[in-house]
Design a protein. Structure first.
Length: 152
């Protein structure tokens, strides 16, 4: 029996901080054979073929929450192995930083496939992330939020 290597999936994600140092997270509900898997994560997604990381981060921020903001970074990295669209992937995330100073934010721009898994958004403190009974990704996000909020 031969082992097939997992597909490499590169993602660009955004740590979007408001003026109070809270981060915007999206709630995902993924249906699996074992039932619903619920978690929170930053806006972002897979880098398309031929696309640069920063370009992907800008596109994802606009698509998912309707914002076009200056981005800096990458300011954080994470990796993991998980099931994505019925295949196991080695995922590598590059996180960019954006600052939000108010205004509308919604999931209005997501496509039909994203609408099926993205359920809501909300602003979180680092303490709320650490206390969450629901998984938040990346697992070290609270520390990154604290570090980035104090730099701002």
């Amino acid at each position: 029996m031969t082992d097939t290597p997992n597909r490499l999936r590169r993602s660009a994600r955004i740590i979007l901080l408001d003026d109070a140092g809270q981060v915007l997270l999206l709630r995902f509900v993924i249906e699996r054979m074992s039932g619903s898997y619920i978690f929170w994560a930053t806006p972002g997604g897979e880098v398309e073929p031929g696309e640069e990381l920063l370009e992907a981060a800008r596109r994802e921020l606009l698509e998912e929450v309707g914002l076009s903001l200056p981005l800096s970074g990458p300011v954080h990295h994470a990796s993991g192995v998980f099931e994505f669209k019925h295949e196991v992937v080695d995922n590598v995330d590059a996180f960019y930083l954006a600052h939000f100073h108010g205004g509308p934010v919604s999931l209005g721009g997501v496509d039909e496939a994203e609408r099926a898994v993205l359920r809501e958004l909300r602003w979180w403190t680092a303490d709320e992330i650490e206390a969450s009974p629901v998984p938040v990704y990346p697992p070290d996000l609270a520390g990154a939020v604290r570090r980035l909020a104090t730099r701002s």
